[in-house]
Write a protein that binds this ligand. Sequence first.
Ligand SMILES: C[S@@+](CC[C@H](N)C(=O)[O-])C[C@H]1O[C@@H](n2cnc3c(N)ncnc32)[C@H](O)[C@@H]1O
Length: 263
Amino acid sequence: MPLDLIPRLKSYLSPLYLLAVGLACTIVTAIEIVFFECRPKDILSISKWQDRAFSRTWAIIGPAMVNNAEPEIKTTVSQAFGTVVDVGPGEGFTLKYFDTTRITKVYGIEPNTDMHPVLREEIKRCQLSDIYTIVPSGVERFPNGEIPPGSVDSIVCIRTLCSVPNPRQTIKKLYDLLRPGGELLVFEHCAVPDYKVTSTERILQGIYNIPWPVLLGGCELNRKTDEWLKQAGEWRSIELGVSNRATGYEVMPHFLGRLVKAG
Ligand SMILES: C[S@@+](CC[C@H](N)C(=O)[O-])C[C@H]1O[C@@H](n2cnc3c(N)ncnc32)[C@H](O)[C@@H]1O
C-alpha cells in the first residue's frame, strides 16, 4: 500500500463533501422558494436562487475552508496596505487577517447581497466599520467613477477569481485598478497543471467540474487563473507559488502570491 494513500484519498474525496453541502443547500433553497414563498416559476431561473443557495453553502463550509488554509490566507491578506479592494469577501471570514495598521480604506466588492448581513457583522467584529465599505456589485463593473483606474494600492483575491464572469477580462480590469507599484495579492485555486493531463487529479477535476458551478455559486475548478494573472499586464515582480503543505495530489490545487504592477 503506498504511503501516500491517505493524502491522496483525502484530496480526491474532499470535493464530494463540498458538492454534498452545495446540493443540500440548493434543495433547501428550492423548497423555500417553491413552498414557503410560493414562487415556483423562479426555480427555472438560476439567478433567482443561486446567490441564496451559495450564501447558505459558504456559511457552512467557508469557516473550515478558511481555517484549513489559515497560514496561506493570513500571509496574503496581511500584506494589504493603503487603499484596498477586497474582491468577493463573501461572509467576511478572511477580514480578521487584515493588518489594520497598514490599511486606510477597504472596498469590499460583494455582488451576493444574501451574504451582506453576515459580512456586516464580521466588519463590526473586526473593528473595520470606519474604513470598510461594501460595494454590492460584480468587480467586472470596475474601474468606474467610484473606484477610478490607477487608484488602488492593494487588491485582495481569496478564492474569488474562480467565480467571476469572463475571468481573463476581469483580471485585466483588476490590473487597471492598481496604481503603478500597487499589489495584487492572491490565494486562489486553479486547473491541475497541463503536464498532469492524464492524471487522476486532472480526470477527477474534470468530473467534479460538471455539477460544481451550479451547486457552488458559479465556481469553476479548471481555470488557468495563475497564467491569466501573469498575462494581465506588465508586472514589476511576480511571486507566485504553492503552499509548502501541498501534496501534489490536489484536485483543487491552490496557489498564493503577490504581483506588483510595473511603472
Ligand atoms: C468561495 S467565495 C469566497 C469568499 C471569501 N473570499 C472567503 O474566502 O471567505 C467566492 C466569493 O466570490 C464572490 N463573487 C462571485 N462573483 C463575483 C464578482 N463578479 N465580483 C466580485 N465577487 C464575486 C461570491 O459572491 C463569493 O462571495
